[in-house]
Design a protein around this ligand. Structure first.
Ligand code: GNR
Ligand code: NI
Length: 177
């Protein structure tokens, strides 16, 4: 188990385009395990490899939603999912607005508009292909994570005015911290 340091804006590594995974080996499995530990520790609902300084096309997600079978809504069943080399198709015309945050833009939130549904093709840690149509928070989160693979942060989807205001708040927070 290892918790890795998370890079924060304006680290230029976050702006690199991540490379496809070609080696489905023990090193990749160790990185995935460390990313999952790091995501839970942060805590966050997703993490892209580039956020821990490894520009490879792999991301992990666990929405950490309460177990629907649990009436108190308190039991969170861990269900980490690993996506290697994800590719999107058939984005819906319908959109969702979600107040997004990012571990690489700490403690800042803003509404982002994205397609409500998307089909995702990906590989698992053994290189086996998968396909699934995603919606809801899963669709939002995987698009946010996929942006990281392209060097894009959620603040890039905002108007310049909103982005500048958010970055000002981030600078202010860091001065005090
Ligand atoms: O923890 C996270 N929460 C979140 C909320 C709304 C939309 C996207 C996210 S992902 C984020 C973790 C992160 O920065 N992943 O890259
Ligand atoms: Ni993020």
């Amino acid at each position: 188990m290892a918790i890795l340091p998370i890079l924060e804006t304006p680290d230029p590594i976050l702006r690199t385009i991540s490379k496809p995974v070609t080696a489905f080996d023990a090193t990749l499995k160790q990185l995935a395990a460390d990313m999952i530990d790091t995501m839970y520790d942060a805590p966050g609902i997703g993490l892209a490899a580039v956020q821990v300084g490894v520009p490879l096309r792999m991301l992990v997600i666990d929405l950490q939603e309460p177990d629907p079978a649990d009436e108190s809504g308190e039991t969170i069943v861990k269900n980490p999912r690993i996506f290697v080399n994800p590719v999107f198709s058939e984005p819906s015309a319908a959109t969702n607005i979600y107040s997004e945050g990012c571990l690489s833009v700490p403690e800042q939130y803003a509404d982002v508009v994205r397609p409500a549904q998307i089909t995702v093709d990906w590989q698992d840690l053994d290189g086996k292909p998968h396909r699934e149509r995603m919606d809801g928070l899963m669709a939002t989160c995987i698009q946010h994570e996929h942006d990281h693979l392209e060097g894009i942060l959620f603040i890039d989807h905002l108007s310049r005015l909103k982005r500048d205001m958010l970055l000002k708040k981030l600078h202010k927070m860091r001065r005090v911290a």
